[in-house]
Design a protein around this ligand. Structure first.
Ligand code: MSP
Length: 621
């Protein structure tokens, strides 16, 4: 990416409903992108805000028994506070009811009127109040709005029209000459699809006799501005078009992030408006798909609303953010569920990331005296980690160019996988037992510290809170992509333990623990003391040990997932507790007859052993 200046906008949200998951996604995605660009050292301006005029707002305000301004104030504040709580790093928050915005809308209207781009005429058509736009015969499905599935209203009235139709060929050519103007490509094709039909002129006013709640037309005080014409202009009014320093600096680098539902206004109305007003076009439109719940579209006007906060507060902002960015393939629809969120939290965050951070820092503290050691010569094993980081950094950059958050995250997780395997393969706990391996141990601990430091930089756009904690644990350097280069971490840097980054969530359990069961159910479980006679690793697994145990007179095989924390040799002769009456299960080709019990806390396992000697086979109750 050569462009080092970046201006990114979100849609400005209608104030007819409180913020929900769909809005949160757009704002979080924009925030992740802006954080990434700042991490690269780019100059960034990030705008969001609220869209406050129009019939829809006037209707809901009336239904709530409030004036439109009072209603808009309340909801706009809810959006602003929501973004603050989510840690969104927007530089400005524009409201279309602000004088700074109205002034620019009127200036642009006047300019277009003076240039003969606007005329007075009559139009009759089918209007959707949900979308605040007319639908053409071709777009109407079963007499209803295809988006809202509600009845349309036939409206015929005299209005001012923008001569949009005359820009049809120009816009087609622009899209053909600039394949990257709208991405992903499917949406560019969709706009080209709209443009295969004759483009109508755009009604840009509403008579005051019917609607008061809007910006008055500067050339006719009997009319207010159509809400889309008003709203789109926020992207330049916030920069103080035409003379503001922000406008001059940032407008040439503008990208708009939008949902697919508002493709037509952004992909057709807005470029033609800009062209007619003599304003250079935005650089790119980045279009995301829809979150669905149980297969249906989720939006405030259709009902089925999910308050973003319910889940962010329950699982944490980072986890919520991560889920949204990881789960949606940018441009396509995705399905939201709490179970899927918990699944990602446990697997990707608690396990892959949280465990690694806790294990690596614990080992540096325990085996390295809490300081980053000086590394010795690099082996092939270490080089793999270094190369994986370089690969991840490149892949992330490529993915972010296309707003492909899901790919950026999977690239980072590839790297975490390499580091996790490196820990298993180098087994620092074993090296620590052998003084002659001190040099090797130092090299491994250095690589772990360096990997964590890099992780604290790479995940910053996606998991800002966790990134801050990880960086603080390994020296506390600020996050900069240019510091990713391997070897920047000075030996001697103090390291402290990271724990509880992402506690595992046990699904379907109350906060006080597991669901209560009757005593009779527990009595079905047969727990017995078992003595370990032999233990060996299963060749294909990093987690599993094959244990041969004695239970009374019987000898049996039990497979246990403890290989990462227990050396096979250290177990022989020990007495453990097993579930003795489980149905056999085959794990990695070995039949297991029972299950070894261990406690788990933040990735640390503790085997259940006995504090007095009793013979193997004794019952545990
Ligand atoms: N006010 C207009 C935008 C004007 S921009 C000049 C508007 N507002 S909105 O509040 O109804 O929706 C704003 C955006 O929220 C949508 O474009 C979309 O990006 C996002 N979403 C609303 N529901 C959504 C989902 N269910 N899923 C994903 N995003 C959705 O339209």
């Amino acid at each position: 990416m050569a462009d080092r200046t970046f201006y990114l906008t979100t849609p400005i949200y209608y104030v007819n409903a409180r913020p929900h998951l769909g809005h949160s996604y757009a704002t979080i995605a924009a925030d992740a992108m802006c954080r990434y660009r700042r991490l690269r050292g780019d100059r960034v301006y990030f705008l969001t805000g609220t869209d406050e005029h129009g019939e829809r707002i006037a209707q809901v305000a009336a239904a709530a028994g409030m004036t439109p301004p009072a209603y808009a104030d309340q909801i706009s504040r809810a959006f602003r506070e929501t973004w603050q709580r989510l840690g969104i790093t927007n530089d400005d928050f524009i409201r279309t009811t602000e004088p700074r915005h109205a002034k620019v809308v009127q200036a642009i209207l006047q300019k277009l009127y003076d240039a003969g781009e606007i005329y007075f005429g009559e139009y009759g058509g089918w209007y959707c109040y949900g979308c605040e736009r007319f639908y053409t015969e071709k777009e109407i499905v079963d007499g209803k709005c295809p988006d809202h599935q509600t009845a349309l209203t036939f409206i015929k009235e005299k209005n001012y029209f923008f001569k949009m139709s005359k820009y049809q060929d120009w816009l087609i050519k622009h899209l053909e000459d600039n394949p990257g103007f709208i991405q992903p490509e499917r949406y560019r094709n969709e706009v080209l699809g709209f443009l295969r039909e004759p483009l109508q002129d755009l009604s840009i006013s509403r008579p005051k006799a019917r609607l008061q709640w809007g910006i008055p037309l500067p050339f006719d005080d009997q009319y207010v501005t159509y809400v889309w014409f008003d709203a789109l202009i926020n992207y330049v009014s916030a920069l103080e078009y035409p003379d503001g320093a922000l406008y001059k600096d940032f407008w040439p680098h503008a990208e708009h992030l939008i949902g697919k539902d508002i493709l037509k206004p952004h992909g057709v109305y807005w470029p033609t408006m800009l062209k007619a007003a003599g304003i250079p076009l935005y650089k790119r439109l980045d279009v995301h798909g829809y979150w669905t719940i149980g297969g249906g579209k989720m939006s405030k006007s259709v009902g089925n609303v999910v308050e973003a906060f319910e889940l962010t507060d329950k699982y944490g902002h980072d986890a919520f953010r991560y889920f949204l960015l990881r789960e949606m393939n940018f441009g396509l629809d995705a399905s939201f569920s709490e179970e899927a969120l918990v699944g990602r939290l446990n697997a990707d965050l608690a396990n892959d990331l949280g465990n690694l951070a806790s294990r690596a820092t614990t080992m540096i503290v325990n085996f390295g005296g809490g300081r980053v050691p000086s590394p010795g010569p690099e082996t092939d094993e270490d080089a793999v980690v270094r190369a994986a980081l370089a690969r991840a950094a490149l892949d992330v950059d490529e993915a972010m160019e296309e707003f492909a958050f899901q790919r950026a995250l999977s690239a980072i997780w590839e790297f975490l996988g390499v580091v996790n395997r490196y820990v298993d393969a180098t087994a620092p706990w074993a090296l620590a037992k052998d003084p002659s391996k001190r040099g090797r141990l130092d090299t491994v601990l250095y690589a772990l510290a360096e990997s964590l430091r890099a992780t604290g930089i790479l995940i910053e756009p996606f998991l800002p809170e966790a990134a801050g904690k990880i960086r603080a644990a390994v020296g506390g350097a600020p996050a900069r992509l240019s510091d990713l280069a391997w070897g920047r971490l000075a030996p001697g840097t103090a390291v402290h333990k990271v724990s509880g980054l992402f506690p595992r969530i046990e699904p379907d359990k109350s906060s006080t623990g597991a669901a209560k069961i009757p005593m009779a159910d527990f009595a079905k479980v047969e727990l017995r003391v078992a003595e370990v006679l032999a233990a060996e690793r299963l060749p294909k697994s990093k987690k599993l040990l094959k244990l041969t145990v004695k239970v009374g007179d019987e000898t049996r095989t039990v497979v246990a997932g403890i290989a990462e924390q227990y050396e096979p040799g250290s177990l022989v002769g020990r007495k453990v507790v097993i579930v003795a009456n489980l149905q056999p299960a085959t794990l990695m080709g070995v039949e297991s007859n029972g299950m070894v019990l261990a406690a788990e806390h933040e990735g640390t396992l503790a085997l259940l052993t006995l504090d007095k000697d009793v013979p193997p086979g004794s019952q545990v109750k």
